[in-house]
Design a protein around this ligand. Structure first.
Ligand SMILES: [Zn+2]
Length: 407
């Protein structure tokens, strides 16, 4: 038994920290030099992260990441549950491929892996049985990595069916309007090819669907622009939630990085967009954070012919929130809502055993420098490399037992 003495522990109902002592289990042979009594005077105990948007690339692209390596990165980053996206190979769009992915995921015990299936237009006849087995749906309105786009007509057929089955599974939209992307595809760089107007128009379509199918749960992921916020601001739709990613808060299109390493969908935007997104996150207009962890290898990202879109982020998400708290951009309540409470509600994880007596111990006064050595993802790099963030995730506790420590 290890005694955590005098830790500030987050009280979910009172929404404040309270000092207390906590006993946890720890395998001393695994964690060397661990004191039986840890002075937690400067530590804070908060709920672990739930990252509702990751691409762990297995099956099919295991050279970029696999479920085990992705989960290890998540765990060390203070996240204990993830939602894995379907653009693997084979695509997760059938009961067979869904169960295959769940079997692979069950071989590791680091992180709870929820699985999203793609709505593709080809699997509409299977929706009932998919709904019984999946954790969420992913809708790629436009082409991205592993082309899975679906037409508006097929989306509407799927929504009709889901409403008939009284589905409670979140439907997660990558909102970029394919027609607008088509109009801009000849333009001379990635930012201009995927302008904010494409995202805004995609969002307008999702808003209409959310109104038309008011019993279904809609979620728009990775908001990237100020324009999108303006549209959402006036919408006031109850069955719709949103998230943004650390990359849109911490980076812009002029950040000092090689162009291909910055390439992502939707693209990085301007500093005004970052500022407005942060404001929206701080006041809860954007409810959640997700990482959209989309690893590619350094070799792929340095090959100008390939240059695939996407960047890692699952290990960085909780740390980024911690940094934003430490520099007073958001408060603890919002950080905990965005990382844990709201995702937990969206996926009905509130009473999940995985999270009982699970928490992370962080120190907002320490600093973490992101380097290649720090990165656990198989991709081997981080978009925040070279940055020093305020805050450190020290211990990760699952079901009352220490499962990871960052030295
Ligand atoms: Zn994604």
């Amino acid at each position: 038994m290890i005694n955590l003495e005098n830790i500030r522990f987050w009280d979910i109902t009172k929404k404040e920290f309270k000092r207390k002592d906590i006993e946890i289990e720890a395998d001393i042979s695994k964690f060397k030099d661990l004191n039986k009594h840890i002075d937690c005077q400067n530590f804070y105990g908060i709920p672990a992260g739930i990252d509702i948007h990751v691409h762990f690339r297995q099956p099919g692209y295991e050279h970029k990441e696999d479920i085990e390596s992705g989960c290890k990165a998540a765990l060390h980053g203070g996240t204990l549950a993830v939602l894995d996206m379907p653009n693997t190979n084979p695509i997760t769009d059938s009961v067979e491929t869904l169960l295959q992915k769940k079997r692979i995921a069950s071989k590791q015990n680091y992180v709870k892996v929820l699985v999203a299936v793609a709505l593709t237009g080809k699997n509409l006849s299977q929706i009932k049985v998919l709904d019984e087995n999946c954790d969420a749906y992913k809708v790629f309105m436009a082409e991205s990595f592993g082309n899975l786009s679906i037409t508006s007509e097929d989306i509407e057929s799927a929504l009709n069916k889901l409403e008939n089955y009284e589905s409670i599974k979140p439907i997660i939209f990558h909102a970029e309007d394919p027609e607008i992307l088509e109009q801009h595809k000849h333009r001379d760089n990635h930012y201009r090819q995927r302008p904010p107007e494409a995202e805004a128009s995609g969002i307008q379509k999702v808003l209409q669907w959310a109104k038309d199918y008011s019993k279904l749960k809609f979620h728009i992921t990775h908001l990237s622009s100020h324009l999108s916020l303006k549209i959402l601001e006036i919408s006031n739709i109850k069955n719709l939630t949103t998230d943004t990613c650390p990359r849109y808060l911490m980076l812009t299109k002029t950040s000092e990085m090689l162009e291909c390493f910055k390439k992502v969908n939707p693209p990085l935007r301007d500093s005004l967009d970052s500022a407005k997104l942060l404001e929206a996150l701080a006041k809860g207009q954007i409810e959640m954070l997700s990482s959209d962890h989309s690893p590619h290898t350094i070799q792929e990202k340095t090959d100008p012919q390939l240059c695939p879109s996407g960047m890692p982020g699952v290990q960085e998400i909780v740390l980024t929130a911690l940094h934003l708290v430490a520099i007073h951009e958001i408060d603890w309540e919002r950080a905990i809502e965005a990382l844990n409470l709201f995702p937990s509600r969206l996926f009905n994880l509130e009473d999940d055993e995985w999270f009982s007596d699970s928490f992370i111990i962080v120190d907002p006064e320490k600093f973490t420098t992101i380097s290649k050595e720090w990165v656990k993802s198989k991709s081997g790099w981080s978009p925040l490399e070279g940055k020093t963030l305020k805050g450190k995730i020290d211990y990760i506790i699952k079901n009352g037992e220490l499962v990871a420590r960052n030295l």
